[in-house]
Design a protein around this ligand. Structure first.
Ligand SMILES: *Cc1c(COP(=O)(O)O)cnc(C)c1O
Length: 379
């Protein structure tokens, strides 16, 4: 039995009627822009996460950039982040004009090493940008305390961690701004691209909402049936809004996220039981809830094992490897191997296995059996 890494069609089929209706509701309304779907989804999403305000964007990368811009971060500022992440984390920093400062990660969680952050803080540091890697929340309580004690802000990249928790509280209220992605294969996948920033701060939310929309107030575009007021620009921004059709689709999918997280937990436990004797399996930090966007094992003969899986028709992924400091785009920063050993060692050995509500138990068993067989073949 072949097991693809991801299966869009399976998820679509489950909710086809509602999704089709949502799409056509928007198209038939003729209200493709500045309609009611985006604000409705923002309210529902904020409520789901437990945050006061949600501002949607057209990607996770845009959400990160807009969060930093709204906090006034730009040229001359430094933002501390990690190198084992999506390039969007780092390019969002650079697109504001600020510089990134990399730190290594904790080998147990693959999330930002708190001691390394403390050592990296300098006179130009303005923000800490942790990533909840593969769905495991970073050490957000410790990092938040550190940020506050140094007068820094914290912007969290939770693009892989929707539904993750610390102490029974969902990710979204631990940082000044928490950013999510609605890329198709994330926990809450749009049928194109999308993202969101959530915050407790109403003024910050208002600034972010303006930045997503040319710098303009949304109310100025809601003049249906009346003559529009003359254009009046006080600020500039981007055009980085979520669109009405995606918002309508996400409204259908949001109520399924909790159940899909339970499925991911069940699958992670199944993998751990089947694989823990053979490979290094990931674990959940006590007191937290992992969101299991990725199930990533580590093994020495990674590339050969992966070939074995491919030969058996089983999909896998090298998620965020090699780390960004070794990518050609950041060669000018002058890093070589050895700069961030934990991130590098993980990048050399990690292998992401299929996980998510698009798979059933039979598929997970097939992957686990295939991985065991591929490893034994090498021995
Ligand atoms: C997916 C992702 C992003 C970027 O999100 P897009 O919606 O693809 O722009 C940023 N950071 C992390 C950790 C991600 O997984």
């Amino acid at each position: 039995m072949a097991v693809p890494f991801y299966d869009h069609r399976k998820l679509y089929t489950r909710r086809k009627t509602e999704i089709d209706q949502a799409i056509f509701r928007v198209i038939e309304s003729g209200c493709l822009d500045w309609g009611d779907e985006v604000p409705a989804f923002e309210a529902e999403f904020a409520n789901w996460v437990g945050a006061a305000h949600a501002v949607t964007t057209n990607s996770g990368t845009a959400a990160l950039q807009i969060a930093l811009l709204a906090l006034g971060i730009g040229r001359g500022d430094e933002v501390i982040t990690v190198t084992n992440t999506d390039i969007g984390t780092i390019s969002a920093i650079h697109c504001t004009g600020a510089e990134s400062v990399f730190v290594d990660v904790d080998p147990a969680t693959l999330c930002m090493d708190v001691a390394a952050v403390r050592a990296a803080i300098g006179p130009r540091t303005r923000a800490i940008l942790p990533v909840d890697m593969f769905g495991q929340p970073a050490a957000l309580l410790e990092l938040g305390d550190l940020a506050r004690s140094k007068g820094l802000v914290m912007v969290e990249d939770a693009c892989l961690a929707l539904g993750a928790e610390i102490g029974g509280r969902r990710i979204g209220t631990f940082s000044d701004i928490t950013c999510f992605s609605f890329a198709p294969t994330k926990h809450l996948g749009s049928y194109g691209s999308g993202g969101a920033c959530v915050t407790a701060d109403a003024a910050l939310a208002e600034r972010m909402r303006k930045i997503t929309a040319y710098g303009q107030d949304r109310a100025r575009h809601r003049q249906i049936g009346r003559s529009p007021p003359p254009l009046h620009h006080e600020t500039e921004g981007l055009n980085a809004r979520l669109d009405e059709i995606q918002a309508a689709i996400l409204r259908v999918k949001l109520p399924d996220v909790e159940e899909s997280l339970a499925v991911r937990h069940h699958q992670a436990a199944r993998y751990a039981a089947a694989l823990a004797d053979l490979v290094e399996v990931p674990s959940e930090v006590p007191g937290t809830r992992h969101a299991w966007r990725n199930y990533v094992v580590h093994l020495e003969e990674r590339d050969r094992v992966r070939e074995g899986l491919t030969a058996r028709g089983i999909g896998s992924a090298l998620s965020y490897a090699p780390p960004q400091h070794l990518q050609p785009v950041y060669a000018h920063k002058g890093f070589s191997r050895g700069a961030f050993p934990v991130s590098e060692r993980s990048g050399d050995r990690l292998l992401g296995l299929p996980i998510g509500p698009h798979h059933d138990d039979a598929a997970i068993n097939e992957v686990a059996d295939g991985l065991c067989a591929a490893i034994r073949t090498l021995a």
